[in-house]
Design a protein around this ligand. Sequence first.
Ligand code: VGL
Ligand code: ZN
Length: 208
Amino acid sequence: MLTLTPQDALLVIDVQNDFCPGGSLAVTDGDQVVPLINRLAAHFEHVLCTQDWHPAGHISFASAHPGTQPFTTIEVAYGPQTLWPDHCVQGTPGADLHPGLHLPHAELILRKGFRREIDSYSAFLEDDHATPTGLASYLRERGLKRLFICGLAYDFCVRASAIDGTEAGFECIVIEDATRAVDLPGSVEETQRVLRSSHVAHIFSSDI
Ligand code: VGL
Ligand code: ZN
């Protein structure tokens, strides 16, 4: 069992309707993380959430690039960009947090991906690897040092948040069974490899 301290936070990534069954970018069994996260959150003094929050016509939408299909990759100014179905459009029901998520004491809801020309998988840095979301400064100012990361999707936003959080000097731990993956070809294996080489630990929700 892990002992939690007041410097720990639960970081809940993108548990939104569009990433759950019935949503436009549904992750298989995405909604199954909800009861686990509700239980976990009760153990944490500090709970922070992110919300993928795109304007219409966002650069990550295949619909914004005529002739392309979702789940293919194009080159944009900051490198390769996987194209997605339209999802988490600002102010739409698909962008809402899952209604079963019960995080009344969450202290922050951080929105990301709101610039039309830059995607943002990570809760820390947008995909140009230069534009900060402000989360690192927020955590430093509040003295939060260790992040337990869960939510959707393991192989995109959870992965990027854990990597960038580690690089920013926070200890990042992924709660494996409280995540689900988009699971494009090879994406889960690559995520496991990359997280291992960044020394991001994986635990199970039963460890808390
Ligand atoms: C995500 C794809 C596109 C995620 C967000 O939350 O993992 N994946 N936008
Ligand atoms: Zn997105």
